[in-house]
Design a protein around this ligand. Sequence first.
Ligand code: TXA
Ligand code: MG
Length: 331
Amino acid sequence: MQRWTVDLDEKGWQDAPEAQEVCNAIRAGELVAIPTETVYGLAADATNGLACAKIYQAKGRPQFNPLISHLPSFEAAQQHGIFDEDARKLAEAFWPGPLTIVVPKQAASTISDLATAGLDTVALRVPAGPVMRFLSEKSGVPLAAPSANISGRVSTTNADEVANDLADALSFVVDAGACPVGIESTIVAVVDGTPRLLRPGGVAREDIEKALGRPLEAPSPTSRPDAPQAPGMLSSHYAPDAAVRLNAEEVRDGEALLSFGPNRPAGAENAVAEINLSQTGDLAEAAATLFTALRHLDRSGAGTICVQPIPMEGLGEAINDRLRRAAAPRP
Ligand code: TXA
Ligand code: MG
């Protein structure tokens, strides 16, 4: 695995010879890890079924759970998906940015059936992170990319975490530092005339509803193949080795503590290790720290990570979604 370190503040980073080498790897059907504003992506040419198969294999995804395809612009996205008025509103309001839109697939789309898991819909995203956008443009293909982590484990928000999980599978990791948003994109499906929230994420529900001028509905039973079959049955995901205990009002013997805000819980001084997601209670800061904090506390060796309550408003919905899955019973 080679590493291309990019300084986004430096003009002309796009002209580095590594840019061409990464594109060559993509065109040859190899896997590369690329940062976005949300998390690092395990990327491959979305039009190449064999390359997409390698993604599933490298992550150890148990079944073919469809992938998001990343594009450089809304214009490019429209070659692959059919956007009705609501979908168009969302693209115009939030792209480039941490929003994925699931729309009916264009008959002429070149995105492989393996990327969409054979569905007649496609998940499209124009990321704000400039590296993914640039590499899609330069390589001339949509980039299929799930989060760059072993399936079911905590997502990665810096290049060292990626290398730790996936070095053997990768030709390149592009290192552009830490991801500023820190949790995955919000996913909204607009396939049956009703915008539905499939996954909370980097754009808050409130902002999406404001742009649409109406509330987001729940997923329809058929719109999300990996959805829990019954209400309350949460699938385990984002799981550290340690157990996770939510809404902790006190720290128990031997626990590590994931705290939030200025008021620490009783017994905090006895925690095996502690990371505060945001001293000031800022949810954007908490989202940006979440996955790295979970990985760090996991390395403390504590059997359990206890988590202080986090409010449900704004990005809190996505943070609580990830934490609930991290705490869900393991397979
Ligand atoms: O921020 C992100 O979204 C990151 C970065 C790399 O862009 N990507 C990411 O991908 O989180 P992944 O594979 O971990 O999550 C993709 C989700 C899956 O839950 C999948 O079921 C859903 O998108 N999805 C993909 N295509 C879909 C479709 N056609 N219909 C419904 N859900 C779909
Ligand atoms: Mg993931």
